[in-house]
Design a protein around this ligand. Structure first.
Ligand code: HEC
Length: 133
């Protein structure tokens, strides 16, 4: 029962993160995410960058100094991961999870950053990062 609860919450967040309405959640998507064993599966998301959000995300990234750790253009350095060009839904989910303290394997680095971000900031940052090459 515990694993089911842990499983459904991220799936619901991914739906929200991908901007899908209930009607868009097709049987195929459900089949991929609600496997009886509770394992996480890959899914295909189509992402189309919104220019205004990308610009707002770039501004926020400069303001919060994400580059200090992730390197200019989010290309990564040492143990800090590259996130440039990472999937939009994935980035958004990680930032929301750090903010909510659901993801805690970052030695507090990302949690302290993410708690200062609003949900709009996170949406804009995810758009900006996903749009980087
Ligand atoms: C103080 C250093 C630091 C700053 C500043 C920082 N990060 Fe991070 N970030 C990290 C570390 C370290 C990790 C890897 C955590 C781990 O290993 O789980 C990480 C992970 C991430 C991840 C998840 C990557 C993955 O592959 O799962 C995302 C997305 C991310 N950061 C985005 C950002 C954004 C956006 C900003 C600015 C708002 C930012 N980071 C600022 C250190 C930082």
């Amino acid at each position: 029962m515990h694993t089911r609860r842990l499983f459904y919450l991220p799936a619901a967040m991914l739906v929200a993160a991908a901007g899908l309405s209930g009607a868009d959640v097709s049987g195929k998507w459900k089949a991929e995410f609600t496997s009886p064993d509770g394992a996480q599966r890959t899914a295909t998301f189509t992402f189309k960058a919104d220019g205004a959000k990308v610009a707002a995300g770039r501004k926020k990234a400069d303001e919060v100094l994400c580059a200090m750790c992730h390197g200019g253009g989010f290309v990564g350095q040492n143990e800090i991961p590259r996130v440039a060009g990472q999937h939009y839904a994935y980035v958004k989910k990680q930032l929301l999870d750090f903010k909510a303290r659901h993801r805690t394997n970052d030695a507090g680095n990302m949690t302290s950053v993410a708690t200062t971000l609003s949900e709009d900031d996170i949406e804009n940052l995810a758009q900006f990062i996903a749009n980087l090459q």
